[in-house]
Every structure is written in C-alpha cells, then in structure tokens.
Design a protein around this ligand. Sequence first.
Ligand code: 6PG
Length: 466
Amino acid sequence: MSNAKIGLIGLGTMGAALALNIADKGFDIAVWNRTTERTKAFHDGAGDLASRITPTKTIQDLVNAIAKPRAIILMVPAGQAVDDQIAALRPLLDDDDLIIDAGNANFHDTNRRARDAGDLPFLGIGVSGGEEGARFGPSIMGGGKRQYWDRVAPILTAISAKYKGTPCATWMGEEGAGHFVKAVHNGIEYADMQMIAEVYGMMRDGLGMDHASIGDVFAKWDKGPLQSYLVEISGKVAKAIDPDTNKPMLDVIVDAAGQKGTGRWTVIEAQHLAAPIPAIEAAVVARNLSSQRETRAAGEALFGAAPHHIPHDTVSLETLESALMAGKILCYAQGFGMIGKASEEFGWSLPLPQIAKVWRAGCIIRSAMLDDMATALAEDANRNLMFAPRFADTLKKTHSALRQVVAQGALHGIAMPALASGLAYFDAMRTARGTANMIQGQRDFFGAHGFARMDGGEGHHGPWGS
Ligand code: 6PG
C-alpha cells in the first residue's frame, strides 16, 4: 500500500507528537523507528488516530507506504544521525522525493546538506513548542528551495499553531535559513528564561519571598504586558509541590541548567557576524556557570555568602515587573538585530516581520509583545526594535526600573548577568559619544593601526612617538 501522504522517521518525544498531530489533521502518515518495539507501542497508543497511521518495520517498508512524490520528515537527534539517515534513505527514494529535517539542526549542517542534495529535494525546518507544541500546534520555520516548501506547506500549515487564525508556519529562505531562525529563537529563549530566573532570584533571595508567593507574582504578570508562555510556566513551576517530600519543586531541583547547544550555536554565530547579542551571550554563560556547582560552593565557603537581603521599599514587585519588561524588549531587539545582520551577510532576505508573526503562537518564546514587534518590524525592518516608537516609549518608562534592579542586585550580591547585559546594551545604544576613541588611541599607539578623526579623514596616527 502506498497511500500515506507523508512519512516520518524517529518516534522520540517530538517525532511521536508530530506524527499524531499530522494524523489528527486528517493526513495519512507512515512511520518508522530504529526500534520496532517503539513503533508498535506508538501505534498501539495512538487511539482513534491509529487508522491514519501506518507503522512500518523497515525503511524500505516506510518508503513503499508513502504516495509519490514522497515527503519524509526526519525527527532524529541533530548531527551525525541526520547524515546517516539521509544516506540510508536516498538510495531508496526517487529523484523527486523530499527529505525534511525537522530536528534542531545546526544551520551550517543544513546548508551543507542542502548543497550536497543538489537537485534532490531537501528542506530543513525549525519546529518549536516542545512536546505539546508538536502535538497540538508548533511554530514552524522553513528553509530550503521554495518549491519544496510549497509542496508540503498544506500539511505544515495545517499542523502549525494558529495566532487568531493565522498559521504559524513560514518559509524563511534558502538552505539553512529555517534552522538559523530557530537557533536565534532558542538564543532569545535562553535570555528570556535567564532574565526570569534572575527576577526569581531577587524575589527569593533579595526579598525573601516563598515559592508560592513568587508563583502568584508570575501568574499576575502573565495577565499584564509580560504575558508569555515562559512567564506562565515559571509561575506554575514556582507553585508546584514535590509529591515525595511535600516541598516546593524548586527546592528539590538542582541549580545546574542543561543545554543541548542551540544557544551556544547562536552565540558563536553572532560573534562571526559581529552581531551584538550580549543578553543572549550572558544567558549561555550563566548556564555554563550554573553547572560548576562544586566551584560555586567552594567560592561561597571562601568569600562568604553575599548579603542578599534587600529592604522591601528599595525594589518593589512593580519595579521588578518593569525591569523584566525592559530586559525582554532588549533581548528580542538583539535577536532580531542578529537576524537582520545574517540576512544581509548570507543574502537570505529573511522576512523579519513574518518571523515575529510565526513566533506569536506555538513556540516557546510566544508572548503578547510579539504582535507589536511584528507591526514594528513591518514599519521598518532595518530599525533596531528598541527605537520603534512603541518599544522606545516602554523603554523610556522602564529602563530606570531595570537600572534599579541591576544596581540592587550588584549591591546585594545577587548575580543578574542577563539583565545587567541588557542594561549595558541599552546604555551603549543611547550614548552618542562612547569610549572607543580610547581603544583606537591604544591600537594606534601599540600597532599604528590608524584612526578616524572627528574633524575628518581616516588613517590618522597620533603623536605617540614624539
Ligand atoms: C523549542 C525548544 C526546543 C528544546 C530546546 C531545549 O523551541 O521547542 O527550544 O527546541 O526545548 O532544544 O534546549 P536546551 O536543552 O538547550 O535548553
């Protein structure tokens, strides 16, 4: 039987959820997993959707089960596994069959795979939203030749999240453009999560609040301008109780953050592009640092714990909310700035307003702010988002709160790397006469590198030698 509309390889958490989503939207799908037991368990657990799912025991069976021209989604771990899977699949396929890598690939790998594919159809798509998103509507960022995107767009838009009826699935550009946009999404995700963790730290350590009250604060913020998936789940995480000990879950969870590497890729790429994303960099560094638990404990023993406690009238919860607001705008501004830089550099014409739109629902960084960001980017995609009137107005009202929170954190030994980086970025971007004249003087002094003069001309040298 070769009547499945699409195939999927890899029935891990994301692959299984995506396959159910596809079946749920009325598309027949054939699936294959390296271990047949998993395929069988998946099919057995598919309930009413099982009749639309064809489980297969070999890749050849999978290929045979799909209608031509075929489309097959790979949902396998990023890296070598994707190359291995493509190598195993290609010889079994016709020249117009399409392979879609829907994992969290490094976009450089996707560029290479797209070039290696030559005229053979290949897409790299970023899928965001975790397991629930994959099952009920993720945000989808497509990359590769437009004609191949168009071929599967009916399925991908049908399974995607909808923002007020608009599908959150868009073609971003050639080759690895979709995976690049997904990587920046994850960079912003890291910074957003880190900033939330920092205000959590100020509530817990600075203001001495218990987890239930902190959860209430996040729940309240989630009803205001900070409304977002990450603020919402942070409230739920803060309120959760460990069934084994009856303690708040956050007292039970080890303070060392994991990472699969997408944030790191973003930061490395930003350095190649010379795109300033300091809040995202700070968030990646904070994760690296969080894993050094023994060293941190030794540091506390050596230097003593920081004083932490902040008088309540110094930082109010409203101040914290405003600080998070400012920090969030600045980290999104950095992320979109990086996308703009990459677009120029790689000749991709990345559609910035559409990227903001595609992130409005389904993905991990979905938030109320993104709709306004889409509007601001549609007005002028080349302008830094912090200068768009609606965000400039908010920053004018909130940057002093950010300053207050970062300053109180510094005074009381509460580390706030992402918020502090956001603030430093803000201050740098509103300083017409900075201090790089000193750097240029130093460079010319020790290396005769030359400098531009305020009164005109390049390549001048100072009187250092005389
Ligand atoms: C998403 C997430 C998803 C995954 C990250 C986790 O958009 O759905 O970003 O891709 O949760 O890979 O990344 P870390 O393990 O690096 O935190």
